[in-house]
Design a protein around this ligand. Structure first.
Ligand SMILES: Nc1ncnc2c1ncn2[C@@H]1O[C@H](COP(=O)(O)OP(=O)(O)O)[C@@H](O)[C@H]1O
Ligand SMILES: O=P(O)(O)OC[C@H](O)CO
Length: 494
């Protein structure tokens, strides 16, 4: 039997998962790596530490399962998106630590582009908002640090890439400088309509096009690993950014299908089909996946605080020993109390994009205790999802959403998922296989290798763990959501 090795290079840890020929996970290895915060608002990763974590987890999962590289049909890679690497083509040495997606240091570059009247053009071409989140301004900042860097990059001596691209370059011993369309669509340098790097935006940011990787489909021949790394040469056959990989792992292949991943934050993607939909509600337009040369687009909304609100209950307030206790505690809350938490701990993401505002608790009484706080924290995740849901409906009214599929650590909470269904007034489906991100990367590689089913066959393997249906009366739902909207406006106004 042939196996697939899927690598998930995330923001705080790297995981390697081995899938057998039936797409069953048979082994997992995970390793955390250091985060660097050199200044307020700056977040960096050491690319050599990321590389070491990838090699170590891949070797570990093979060793612990007794599978050898010769048994592998291919490798799939999924990664934290937007995080930016620039390295020396001759030596492989990074020019700077990777600048992580959360890093805000390029606010001024964004302001200059806005001031120059380029915002609408960038929004139209890339589908993104003009924000430091994305890679383009980060790459420009790295080049700014070294007076010779731009000339060297123009001569092809320095290379740019997101983490997938950096890993593939190293895995192939420098033979492949490539990425996939989903990762390219997060750089703010890529024209998602043309399916090509934008000369105009690269020119504005002075990012020489000679340093950019070739953009491929998500299932493609990305290169072959050098034998020394895993013991044999293995082809890299699947690549997608982690949120897109989760959408693929959830088989959200039809327009109207939406997935929401509840980890530290929450990322929701709605498949909108073959044409990019422009958001009028400050959502992002992005490539959901690209197969057979054809891109499928999505609307995306990001919430910064989801599971992090539960971490705050546990670590900040000391109300819980374990995140898994939060649902049972929330269930004990007094139904007469309407405590509401707006968890704007680091500002608010989509659809508000208010980086400066901070959180608040409303409706406190003398009777408010841990149970009411737990309920408010879990419900805040549902309310924020409702905001994204409303924005998506407004942007894409032609179809009602077929379904919302959930995954990520927090989707294990029955209480939260029921509350989500109640506040959306829609069904919420939780799959049996909740490791959707690695599954997505693994399926892409296995399909390209010819050992896994095609898109329709894969979609048919999606299996329901539990369906949550709305139990709340519509009038109560509307009243509750109205109160949430007023609370958000209050927080933005303070
Ligand atoms: N049973 C649960 N109830 C509520 N929250 C949970 C539960 N299990 C995990 N979480 C939350 O989910 C998050 C972890 O999910 P995970 O998908 O591993 O996140 P990430 O990939 O961002 O690290 C944590 O923030 C944790 O507080
Ligand atoms: O690595 P994660 O799971 O925190 O995901 C990060 C996202 O890709 C950022 O856009």
């Amino acid at each position: 039997m042939k196996f697939i090795l899927a690598i998930d290079q995330g923001t705080t840890s790297t995981r390697a998962v081995l899938f057998d020929g039936d797409m069953q996970a048979v082994g997992t290895a995970q390793q955390e790596f250091p985060q660097y915060f050199p200044k307020a608002g700056w977040v960096e990763h050491d690319l050599d530490e990321i590389w070491d974590s990838v090699v170590a987890t891949c070797r570990q999962v093979l060793a612990q399962t007794g599978i050898t590289a010769a048994d592998l049909a291919g490798i799939g890679i999924t990664n934290q998106r937007e995080t930016t690497a620039v390295w020396d083509k001759a030596t492989g040495a990074p020019l700077h630590r990777a600048i992580v997606w959360q890093d805000r240091r390029t606010v001024e570059i964004c302001e200059a582009l806005r001031g120059g009247g380029h915002e609408d053009m960038i929004r139209h071409k890339t589908g993104l908002l003009l924000d430091p989140y994305f890679s383009g301004t980060k790459a420009s900042w790295i080049l700014d640090q070294n007076p010779e860097a731009r000339d060297r990059a123009a001569r092809g001596e320095l290379l740019f890439g997101t983490i997938d691209s950096f890993l593939i370059w190293r895995l192939t011993g420098g033979a492949s400088h490539v990425t996939d369309a989903t990762n390219a669509s997060r750089t703010m340098l890529y024209d998602i309509r043309e399916g090509a790097w934008s000369e105009e935006i690269c020119g504005l940011l002075q990012v020489p096009m000679a340093m950019l990787p070739e953009v491929k489909d998500c299932a493609a021949d990305f290169g072959i690993t050098v034998p020394e790394i895993l013991g044999e040469a293995v082809p890299i056959l699947g690549v997608a950014g982690d949120q897109q990989a989760a959408g693929i792992g959830q088989a959200c292949f039809a327009p109207g299908m939406m997935k929401s991943t509840y980890g530290t934050g929450c990322f929701a993607l709605l498949n909108t089909g073959e044409t990019p939909v422009v958001s009028h509600n400050r959502l992002l337009t992005t490539v959901a996946y690209q197969l057979g040369g054809k891109p499928t687009y999505a609307l995306e909304g990001s919430i910064f605080i989801a599971g992090a609100a539960v971490q705050w209950l546990r670590d900040g307030l000391g109300l819980l020993e374990d995140a898994a206790q939060s649902g049972a505690l929330a269930r004990q809350a007094d139904p007469e109390q309407d405590v509401l938490l707006v968890p704007a701990f680091t500002g608010l993401g989509a659809p508000y994009w208010q980086p400066e505002c901070r959180g608040a608790v409303f409706g406190l009484t003398r009777g408010t205790g841990p149970a009411e706080m737990a309920r408010a924290a879990l419900q805040s995740v549902a309310y924020q999802t409702r905001d994204l849901w409303e924005a998506m409906r407004a942007d894409w009214p032609e179809e009602t959403h077929v379904t919302l599929r959930v995954d990520g650590g927090m989707s294990a909470s029955d209480w939260t998922m029921q509350s989500l269904s109640d506040l959306l007034g829609a069904a919420v489906d939780r799959p049996k296989m909740q490791e959707t991100t690695v599954l997505g990367a693994g399926w892409l590689a296995g399909m390209q290798a010819g050992i896994y089913p095609d898109q329709a066959g894969f979609a048919a393997t999606w299996a329901l763990d539990r369906k949550f249906t709305p139990q709340m009366a519509p009038a109560q739902r509307d009243a509750a959501y109205g109160r949430w909207q007023r609370a958000v406006q209050a927080v933005i106004g303070v």
